[in-house]
Design a protein around this ligand. Structure first.
Ligand code: DX5
Length: 226
């Protein structure tokens, strides 16, 4: 019997940016496990969101762990600021780092957990030599930059390959998916091997509110594991 708890990591990308403290308090009440900050500065992805000052301002409003998803080229300068702002996990993109191994090591040296993300076109060979210094592997199920995009089911074989890669590594590594995750898609990602699920629009557009949305997503994922 699989007794794992599916980790639901809401993205605050669709939240009301004028009330992020209140929005994060609502996410905590909803039963979410952590909050993902989609950090974009307009170069790696064609969008601009928030930086460490905004994250630091919101930090006192919730006890939920923060993870920073840095969709930023050469994120090294930003890593320390995001940890300082209160992120316990910092995710960088393999495609955005000149020296990925060094960057992941630097995240851990700061006392945070390290995460590495791969875009849909990026093969897992890009991360196979850094798994010993990774706490989370994020397989993107959309091309990053915007919320509300359709889930790429074509990523499910890659999610399964990532699960096998993690198994062979012998490391305790979380496997996260991000993009188009909702009640109709989370089961496929869970069956393929994901255990952390980042969702934005599916949560905020749920007719019965955030708590119902988080519960439904968790139930769909855990049902798929049974
Ligand atoms: C990258 C972002 C989005 C966001 C979730 O573009 O990381 O994937 O978190 O977006 P939804 O859940 O609305 O597809």
């Amino acid at each position: 019997m699989d007794r794992r708890r599916a980790q639901i990591a809401p993205s605050v990308l669709p939240a009301d940016f004028a009330a992020l403290g209140e929005e994060c308090r609502a996410l905590e009440k909803s039963g979410a496990d952590r909050i993902q900050w989609d950090v974009m500065n307009g170069r790696f992805v064609p969008n601009l969101t928030f930086g460490p000052d905004v994250v630091a301002a919101v930090r006192p409003h919730t006890a939920l762990p923060f993870e920073a998803h840095l969709m930023v080229v050469e994120p090294d300068a930003l890593v320390g600021e995001m940890v300082e702002a209160g992120c316990e996990l910092v995710i960088v993109h393999a495609e955005a780092c000149v020296h990925l191994h060094r960057t992941l090591g630097a995240i851990r040296d700061l006392g945070a957990r390290s995460g590495v993300a791969v875009n849909p076109a990026t093969p897992l060979t890009a991360v196979e030599h850094v798994l010993d210094i990774v706490d989370l592997l994020l397989v993107m199920t959309v091309n990053p930059g915007f919320g509300g995009q359709p889930y790429l089911a074509s990523m499910e074989p890659k999610i399964a390959e990532a699960r096998r890669l993690i198994g062979r590594s012998g490391q305790r590594i979380e496997l996260e998916v991000d993009g188009g995750i909702g009640p109709a898609t989370i089961g496929g990602a869970a069956r393929a091997g994901a255990d952390v699920f980042c969702a934005g629009s599916a949560l905020y557009r749920h007719p019965d509110g955030l708590a119902a949305a988080v519960t439904e997503l968790r139930e769909c994922a855990e049902e798929a594991w049974r």
